[in-house]
Design a protein around this ligand. Sequence first.
Ligand code: SF4
Length: 247
Amino acid sequence: MSAPTAAARAFRGSHTADRSPEELREIVSHAGAELELAPAEDIIEWAAATFGEKFCVTSSMGDAVLAHLAAKVAPGLDVVFLDTGYHFAETIGTRDAVEATMDVNLVTIAPDITVAEQDAIHGKDLWKTDPDACCAIRKVKPLADSLAGYDAWATGLRRAETHNRVIAPVIGWDAKKGKVKVSPIARWSDEDVERYISENGVLVNPLVYDGYPSIGCWPCTARVAPGEDPRSGRWAGQNKTECGIHT
Ligand code: SF4
């Protein structure tokens, strides 16, 4: 493992003061332009140094690229994984492998109610009858709740993934959550991701190599034929392309 950088050392010892939304937005207005073309490592390093323990990385465990970048420049950083109760076994296995092998603090969060409780309250398979409500209960609310203690969060959003994500800024203001939203690999192409994985031996969810280039909950993720839009397997056949976390 590489030696901790200056920013990582600052992160380990940092206890950032509480910042108001105005102060956070001020940081975004300066850093957004400065870091737009910076390498992903520098972006995470900056966020770790700026926000200290109030910065986390989120991962859906399609791969461990973001966790690997975090472990490299800010060892011990919180990596938040949302366990919806509907994940493929391979996704949980990838989460467990990240926790066992990487120098990050894996934080698993869950919705307020189990799948069984949801079935009892809203009827069986809410994902079939009202997927927006299901995502609101199992994804949007628990993530918003878990981010309450942080000022900034990093996501693996990439502009190459869908049209909705074209404008994802590297450093942006998430008005809904009142947080700084950091997208260190926003500018990465599919080839950039593949190259980083291959050069660094990064963990990848085995489903990626089995026809699932974009992985979410099993009821809402279908296999994609070679050459098709990688995200076309998400909520396939429904008028839905995002879970609501990024909108
Ligand atoms: S992706 Fe599907 S199963 Fe998962 S929370 Fe959304 S609707 Fe529910």
